[in-house]
Design a protein around this ligand. Sequence first.
Ligand code: ZN
Length: 199
Amino acid sequence: MSAGLGPIDQIAAELARLPSIGRKTAQRLAYHIVSMPVERVQALSDALIEGRRAVRFCDRCGNYTTGELCTICANDERDRSQLCVVRDPRDVAAMERVHDYRGLYHVLHGVLSPMDGVGPADIRIRELLQRLQDDTVREVIIATNPDIEGEATAAYLARLIKPMNVRVTRIAHGVPVGSDLEYADEVTLSKAMEGRREL
Ligand SMILES: [Zn+2]
């Protein structure tokens, strides 16, 4: 524990590291936590540690899983000829809420962003190209966000993939420009998928 920081401040400081938790919220939660029965705090702490230890990336698509393959990759009923490329595992969850996509996914774990020093070797592009080697995939649907980095990544991938004789499509701009796929409602996402265009 750092010097001068009381236990409540210490809890608040850790909570404040989480996204969308500001200083005030962190304080409020910290005061709440020290008022909880110790068993509840223990259960919370165990869920965090055990959950974090159990979750890893799927060997094939990069989605979160607890086994070698995620439930989507392991499902024989999914259409192996379609691959939907997304930025991160939260986008897989968003697409799955739509229910009408039956293909597989590939999670890039980022998008190209020269400004932030993220180049092709920093995201899972090599793994994507490897998955296209055995001719099973007939269409790659690029579903990165419709912002500058997402578009640049889509264009870059299309250039690499098209010579491999695989159809490359981009989801339509039903997803509001500059916004996150994750927050698009199901109807919007479904329409975006339906209206996808060739790249
Ligand atoms: Zn997977």
